[in-house]
Each structure stands twice: as C-alpha cells, then as structure tokens.
Design a protein around this ligand. Sequence first.
Ligand SMILES: Nc1ncnc2c1ncn2[C@@H]1O[C@H](COP(=O)(O)OP(=O)(O)OP(=O)(O)O)[C@@H](O)[C@H]1O
Length: 607
Amino acid sequence: MFISSEKEQKLLPAVDAKLSLTPFSTRSNLDYQGDALPVSESQDSISTPTIYTDVSVVPEHEKNELEQSIVTIEGEIVRLRKKERSLDKKRRDALNKILDTKGSIRVFCRLRPLISSVKRRNDEPISVWEENIEVKYLGSRKDFRFDKVFRQAATQDDIFEEVEPVIRSALDGHNVCILAYGQTATGKTFTMDGTNDQPGITPRALEALVHQASLEKSCAFTFSMSMLEVYMGNLRDLLGPKAPYRSQESLARSNLNIQTDPKGLVEIEGLKEVHFSDLSKAKWWYAKERSSIHFVDKLICISSLMRITISRSGNDLKAKSEVSKMWMVDLGGSERLLKTGATGQTLEEGRAINLSLSALGDVIAALRRKRGHVPYRNSKLTQILKDSLGDSSKVLMLVHISPSEEDTGETFCSLNFANRARAVETNRELPEDINKQRQKQIREIAQDMRDAEEECQKVRQQTQEAEILLSKMKQLFSAAYELHGNREKTPRSPSANESIPILTSSLPRFMTSTVASRQRQSAAEKKLSSVQFSGSQSFCFSDSRLKTILQDYNKRPQETVVKSPKCSSLEANKAPFLRSRMVTSSDSNLRVALNRHSHRRRMSDLI
Ligand SMILES: Nc1ncnc2c1ncn2[C@@H]1O[C@H](COP(=O)(O)OP(=O)(O)OP(=O)(O)O)[C@@H](O)[C@H]1O
C-alpha cells in the first residue's frame, strides 16, 4: 500500500484490473513531499515506459519480512505526523497573517431588523453600506466607518463566517475576545447566544471548537468554561455555589480578585472552572449559565462574560503558549438610565458601566493605534481582559444599533463609542488602491491556507490509515509468533529460505502457494524484491499475510467526515479524500500502482 497525494495519483498509469497485470514504471521515488512536482518531472513520469508483471504471485515469506514491514510502517507514521505538523503550521501561519492583515482588532456593526410594531418612515435616519453607516441626527449627518457592517437582512451564518477564523485562531494558541456592545434590545444577546432556531456565536463557537479539536490528531485539546459578571466593579462567579438569584445587595457583596502573574497572564482567584470534552457537556453548562442570567433584574446594568480556556498538549507550538483563552462578552448598556432619569443606586450603576465601557474604548483605541501605554488598570473589565486584548490576541467588537428613529440618539452614542474604539478618523481611511492590494493579498494567503488545510486533511487521513494497517500487522505478528507458543519479545530473524510454518499451516489450503505459483513467484522475485510504502521506505508486498490485511483494510467502509458547523474554513474538511492506493517497488526500475479495485480483485483471486 502506498498512500499518495492527489497530484501524484494523477501521474500514475492506469491499472488494468481485467488483465490481472499491474504496470510498473521506472520511477521509484513517489514519496509525497507536499510540493508540486516540477512540470518536467510530471511529464517524465507520464512518458515512462511501463513493464507489466503478474502480481498475483504469492511468494514464501519469512518472519523478518513482517517485522521489517512493521518497522517500515512505524517509520512512515512518524514521517506522516511530521508532515502533518508542518502543514498545520503553514495553515496556522497563513490564518494569522490574514487576521493581522485584516486587523487584529476589528469593529463590526450590526443593524437590528425593524420590529414590526414600529412604523417605518420614509426618511429613515440610517443609511447602510458595506463598511460605513450614515446617521441623520439633529439636522446633521455623520458618517461612521467599520471593518464590516451587517445589514438588517444579515443572518447568524453571515456573522459566524466572519467570527469563525478568529475561533480557529484561539485553537491555534491565540487569545481571543469577542464583545457585543449596544443599546438595550438591539440584538446583543441575539448575536451572542441566538435562539434554538438561529444559534448565535457562542453555541456555534463551542461546536466549532469541539469539532475541530476532534479532527486534530497531532495534539490533544482540553477545554474548560467559566462564567462571571461584572456589576459596579464587582465580579460574580455565575457557576459558583450561590449563583442563581441576584439582588443588588448580593451582587455588590460578591467579589473576586484579579491576579496578574509576572508574564502578564491574568487569573481570577476562585473563579469556578468546569471542564468539558464533548459538545453535550459544553451545552449543558452553557444552558445552566444562560438560565441563571434569566433571573437578572433587567434594570441592573451588568456585563456578562464567558471564558473558554483551551489547553493543548503534544504539539510543537514552541513559540506559543499551550493555553489560550476565548472571551465572549455581552456588555451592559447604560441608556436605560438616561431614559428613566435614574437617581441614587441606579445612577451609580450607570456611572460604573459608563466608566468601564469608556475604559474599554480607551484600551482598544490605544491598542489599535499601537500606543506604548495601554490603560488597562482603569476598570475591572479591562483588567480581566488584559491578556486577551493586546499582543497577539484577536479582538472583535460587534456594535449593535436599532433602525428606529426614536433610538437615533442612542444609535449616535453607540456609533461614536465604536468609532473611538476603532480609532480611525473617517478621512484617514486607506486609499482605494492600497485597500485593493490588501484585499488581493488576503485572497492569496487565504488560498495558501486552504491548500495547506486540504493537504493536511489528506495526510491526517493517511496517518489514520497507516495506523490501522500497523495495528492489524501487529495483531497478525502476535497471532503468528506469540499465541502459537513462540513468545520471543524480539522475533528472531529467520534465514533467507526459512518459511513461517505456524502462519502457513494456519492458512487455508487454497491460500497456500502451489508449485506453479512458486515457480512464478521465484521469477517475479527476481524483479520484485520488496515494495515501497513510501519513497524512502519499503516492505514486502508479496507477503500473502500482508495481502490479506490490505484486502480487509481496503474492504472496510470509508470513514465519514464529520460535518462541521457552517463556517468557511471548516468547509475544507468536507473535501473528499482520494482513496486510491499505490504500492511501489523499491527497485528503482519497478513500480507497482494498485488502485483499490484492482488490488481487491487480485486479493480475491487468492481466496
Ligand atoms: N438580527 C435580528 N434578527 C431577528 N431578531 C432580532 C435580531 N436582533 C434582535 N432580535 C430580536 O430583538 C429582540 C431584542 O434582542 P436582544 O434581547 O438580543 O437585545 P439585547 O441588546 O441583548 O437586549 P438587552 O440589552 O436587554 O440584553 C429579541 O426578541 C431578539 O430576538
């Protein structure tokens, strides 16, 4: 068996299964190296003369051949894993480059659909374009620019399409922060949590994390979740023992300390952390948190935060932290206070939330401007998020606005806040040609990323297949040499002419070689001494036990690719894996290309 890349498979001569003949080409090194073969090499390969030989010959085999095969496949698995890591690194680097080119801190705006009870007017106060919004307020117009504007018709899928690469980046080792901001009833919770029919960012993110982690075989992931809320500068653990009901007094009493270690990593002392490895558990905890939020007095101004901690082990991300965090933040708004003419405690709440939002705006603005001093210490919110807002973190702020004319004042305030966070003045946007160049660059890197991801998927599949094969061969070995009384730890190497009596005698008579086949076999062996598993390693293809294993193996049903959440880059996972296989000779003059069907047919000849 040889596991090849699609490119290489295209280069191979077709196998005529009916003739029971297998073409041999004179090229030997088919080892997949990930890079496209030069055109001249490809042509050379196609025009190579083909020699045919009968591969149904079953030569006598010896114990050391099987041992050698096992060693070869083990080596192949090591090589494939290395390749997978290198392709994954290429994919990670490309994704990071895309996100950095787009901006590691981006501000989006989502316009809520008009609620039917509100009458539509002809002179609507808000005009929307792809990257800017114009608002008519108090007789003047103001233009606000964003990294992207989501119109009223935008779906949860549209939102997640922009968010998903950032979530992937969290799995790659970057800290991530997704914040929803806006006036009450503009759709913050709808965007972050959504409904059963239209799930929002958080449930989709949980699904994407668990799904993606299940695909990664080169490293193991563990996840944990914490939830808290910030009320007037106090932190409350939502998963803590006394979480369910909230009153102003209990909220004011609860407090957790924020600790920052010398490396700048933030930890919240005593914050409950629950671990989850599958989606059902993640959803259970998430639902628990949502139900506790349900009891909130709507007039209490609270920001609720959810932290997902992602730990990786067994990878080679030497430069990256092995732990990354993803924050989902639903920021409280303060406009109710203005509307209700609040006094006393409520006014205090309003001041506290304004302070914390204003501090957040200052921090994001400083980071976007790449200023030396970033004022993290000005609020609890910015202290908590400190290690997830700066450095190599990815930040998305989604500002929500209402289309109603009666909300224009609030809309104006929210957009001003967003503009400050964005820290880009309207007249200082990138010139058109530079912007186009940037878009082109992003498209090119995105293509590289998709290519690397597709190749990585293939290699991952190949590794899994090789592992199955290895396990079957090991089973065979122990059945033949250990269960039959010969329990040597390291099987002795038999001499060249020595057969394997235990195994041979355990085979049905029709599977043992006949005189004629032995004659054919010795003739074939002159040409075909061994076959390559890859370009660099070889094992004995003519071993009937291996044939049997390969036959079983090829007969097994195709593994289904688990469907991913609706998201762009994960779509690549659905790319079908080409399952034709090759077995190649290590003899530089010989190569056997077996596709699945011809191989199966020849195997069936033996049974
Ligand atoms: N894009 C949208 N499409 C359809 N319905 C929406 C959308 N945005 C918001 N809604 C609906 O509008 C209502 C208010 O939305 P939501 O509760 O999410 O607002 P909010 O900003 O979170 O409010 P609060 O500040 O009170 O938490 C909900 O019924 C929600 O389903």
